[in-house]
Design a protein around this ligand. Sequence first.
Ligand code: NAD
Length: 453
Amino acid sequence: MGSVAASGDRFAKFEKQPIEGRLFINGEFVESKAGKTFDITNPATEKKSASVYEAGVEDVDAAVAAAKAAFPAWAELSAGDRGDYLFKLADALEKRLDEMAYLDAISMGAPAHTSFLNPMALTALRYFAGRAWDTHGDSSLNTPGFVNITLRQPFGVTAGITPWNVPVAMVLFKMAPALITGNTIVIKTSEKSPLAPLIVAKCCQEIGLPKGVFNLINGFGRPTGEALAKHMDVRKISFTGSTLAGRAIKKAAAESNLKNVTLELGGKSPLVIFPDADLSKAVPAAAMSILMNSGQACIASSRVYVHADIADKFTEGMKNAMQEMGKSDDPLTSTTAMRGPQVDKLQFNRIMDFFAYAKEKNLDITIGGDRERDQGFYIAPTIISNAPEDSRVMKEEIFGPVVCINTFTDEDEVLKRANDTEYGLYASLFTRDISRALRVAKKMEAGSVGGKI
Ligand code: NAD
């Protein structure tokens, strides 16, 4: 309950409010059948902030049964009626943005005053609500004597498993498309940040969403997530998280009912900066990309390739920008800082292991490379320069405010290095040459490619 930090008027009232930690099954908040709970720790204070119920296999069964029972009536509603529910949900959540920001702060260390990911998620929710009428199939007269019709039907019971780094957005990104197309859903949130998503459940109750359409459970990968991934009544599962867990989910699906699987996994995204780049834009964009959410973003530009001609100037700019923009503070007290601690001790230790590796290999740690503050899981903004392409810091997702900067001289060569990754989630580039921008973007092997104009 509550945080020890003096958070000012805007968030102070939430410190006195009880925190919901139950499961949301069939439209009701319930304790888990086995009564088991686990604690959530505030990563800034290292003190317990809440305790939540952990769903066991029998709770997963109950949630799936509720979603199954709710499915026929939900699927029969008109698309417009389903859209209305989602618009109402967005309005209800809008009134609770501060509460969600507070809960994100005390569970995962996201700065509350500068919280912007939850408002962004509401835009997405309204977008999906507005797409209510857009789900339809095709028809043709291609077969003589027949009218061919393709119907797009809901799956039935779907499931979502979410990561901790954008807790509410991940829940909405999974629930909204599922619900608008007539499916029902059971979502298991991350064991690290389950508190703000429970506000989504509260708002579903508040707006009178039919019982069982949306179910939310807390728990760990095993047994909770695994039970959902293996469940014979779940026909589709959408997962966002690490490659390791994604592999386990695909395996569980294959070994159960071959449910449809969608995976959104990690990244080690390259950012290429050509010699004609406008550094007044490239430097803040590169720094922001690796500092936002304390570097805990799947699309963070964690490998920067800068042309040798401007490398010194760029690195100097990055050093200043990382130190200036990267100032950390308690997630509840600051009105300006964009960076809080890492989510938990596990993640903090993982990053410290990368630093130990970098030191052992004598890599050039240009700034940072250590913890910050005595209390809390804070990591100093870090630049590692010229690390070998095959080193762990260049190959593995660190998921912290740690950027590797390497140099290049040739376009083809840098493309080869940028594409030499097993992730391929995101890539970006800076140049003022539009032909080069389009040529390079086309060759970047990534799900999406960006660059600021
Ligand atoms: P994680 O894989 O450890 O956990 C994600 C979720 O999977 C959690 O809810 C966890 O409990 C569950 N889980 C773990 N093992 C499982 C298993 N065997 N069966 C079923 N469920 C299991 O990831 P994380 O640490 O929470 O999140 C960070 C990762 O997520 C990073 O790799 C990041 O890049 C990725 N991510 C990707 C996107 C994207 O859109 N591509 C967005 C956000 C985060």
